[in-house]
Ligand binder design. Structure first.
Ligand code: HEM
Length: 444
């Protein structure tokens, strides 16, 4: 019961090469971090400065670097000096070493090259009309007459877009089974204040691994069927993600493709749905702004609203790197082989960079120097999010389609606080809203 002992014992004495940090026990730190990530990080920053060490159930030690000057240094570093795949696998041990998300070096390069053309802005733009249709169909089904959680609804939209348009699953039965299986994979009652431990996390980790594999198995089986169905279509597999993987050289086995796609899903499933949810929350609070956004979703005002929302409510909690060699940060030499978190939330709420950081003020992106400050909701450097064009297209098509179909009113007078789930930040109650116009198609 190594992990249980570690979770209840106070933090080990700090490694003298590491900066100090909170001395609460591992479990206490983990729960506090998951319940109120921004508050917890702020408190640690106030006490220990811009670089401090956390000890979490799934990552110990974890060096938090909130020094604004370190952001470009670490993001632009040679991936051998600061590796992303191994950094992410510490928190998400299920990510495959051969995938775009969990791989490093040559394995990462090959995996990214295989799918990047299918995820370019040009390829994605062709899907915009269909994205809007999918969103409008879902929005028409939003419940009426009682409050509901918006986040799972947004996830249903982005899951369908991912399966039908990005992967390109054409068989109706396989597509709908796959979408349902993906949704089942992440389901939990509420937002638990812990991340499932995995491989390398002791006895708890073994259990976590088993549970995760059980949840993943139905997705893997449906992906296999989708790949086999596409192979059966014969030569000219297509330019979408499935097509590109099936026609890759050297050829990939079905199991290898499934492995890569499962890790792609880890990166792709939550963040765009979270971004859509926070945007709909904001626009639900400010109907005149919603009207202007919908009228010109690619315009300057909408761009500023998107930036300001991603600044205040970044879907991904931070950028992870594992140091390949010592690096000097904020006057301190950080040793090799440690895991670093650049916390998006904390840095994007830093009053030294964004005056009155709590204020939702899109105009700051037009009238102040905000655009010169570290702002990295999609990460940066060679490992910058490959799904950014898709996320952008989803925001620009799904939001207007939803706004045209339903009027939504958030239940809480202020935006819900963010809580941490694995590597993402979600609204504490998955964003409770009420539909204030029309009846859901399902109820008619
Ligand atoms: C608003 C939506 C999204 C946000 C905020 C977001 C954010 C991020 C961030 C912060 C990273 C880490 C970058 C780094 O380490 O420097 C990342 C990586 C990644 N994202 Fe996204 N993401 C979003 C949507 C998507 C979508 C829609 C997909 C795929 C369909 C996707 C696929 C990936 C992949 C594969 C990586 C790993 C890239 C690499 O290491 O080469 N993301 N994303």
């Amino acid at each position: 019961m190594k992990a249980l002992a570690a979770s209840t014992a106070p933090s080990r004495p700090p490694d003298p090469r590491l900066p100090p940090g909170p001395d609460a026990g591992v479990l206490t730190q983990t729960v506090a971090f998951h319940r109120d990530p921004l508050g917890f990080l702020r408190q640690a920053q106030a006490e220990f400065g811009d670089v401090f060490t956390l000890r979490l159930l799934t990552a110990r030690p974890l060096l938090v670097v909130a020094d604004p000057e370190a952001v470009p240094l670490l993001l632009e570093s040679d991936p051998r000096r600061a590796a992303a795949g191994s950094g992410r696998r510490m928190l998400l041990p299920f990510a495959s070493t051969r995938s775009v998300f969990g791989g490093d070096g040559e394995a990462h390069r090959r995996a990214r090259e295989r799918i990047a053309p299918a995820m370019s802005a040009e390829a994605i733009d062709a899907h915009r009309p269909e994205m809007a249709r999918i969103a409008a169909r879902h929005a028409a089904e939003f419940p009426s007459g009682h409050p509901f959680q918006l986040l799972p609804r947004a996830r249903a939209i982005t899951d369908e877009i991912f399966v039908r348009l990005l992967l390109g699953v054409r068989d109706e039965r396989i597509a709908s089974d796959l979408i349902a299986a993906i949704q089942g994979m992440l389901w939990t009652p509420g937002n638990p204040p812990l991340t499932l431990p995995g491989k390398g996390d002791g006895a708890f980790g073994e259990l976590g691994q088993l549970l995760f594999e059980r949840r993943q198995a139905p997705v893997a089986r449906r992906l296999e069927r989708a790949i086999e169905a596409r192979r059966a279509e014969g030569p000219g597999a297509g330019e979408d993600v499935l097509g590109r993987m099936i026609s890759a050289t050297p050829a990939l086995e079905t199991a290898e493709i499934v492995d890569e796609l499962l890790s792609l899903l880890m990166a792709a499933q939550q963040p765009p749905a979270i971004a859509l949810t926070w945007l709909l929350d904001r626009l639900g609070r400010e109907p005149p702004l919603a009207e202007r956004f919908a009228a010109e979703p690619g315009g300057e005002l909408a761009d500023a609203v998107i930036r300001e929302t991603l600044r205040l409510r970044p879907p991904v909690a931070g950028v992870l790197r594992r140091l390949g060699e010592p690096i000097e940060v904020a006057g301190r030499l950080l040793p090799a082989a440690v895991n670093i978190l650049l916390p998006t939330t904390l840095i994007q709420h830093d009053p030294r960079l964004f005056p009155r950081p709590e204020r939702f003020w899109p105009d700051r992106w037009v009238t102040t120097d905000a655009a010169q400050q570290p702002f990295f909701p999609f990460g940066g450097g060679a490992r910058r999010c490959v799904g950014e064009p898709l996320a952008r297209a989803e925001i620009e098509t799904v939001i207007p389609a939803v706004l045209e179909t339903v009027r939504l009113e958030p239940l809480a007078p202020e935006p819900e606080p963010m809580v941490q789930r694995a590597t993402v930040l979600v609204p504490r109650q998955s964003l409770l809203v009420r539909r204030t116009n029309g009846t859901s198609a399902a109820a008619r």
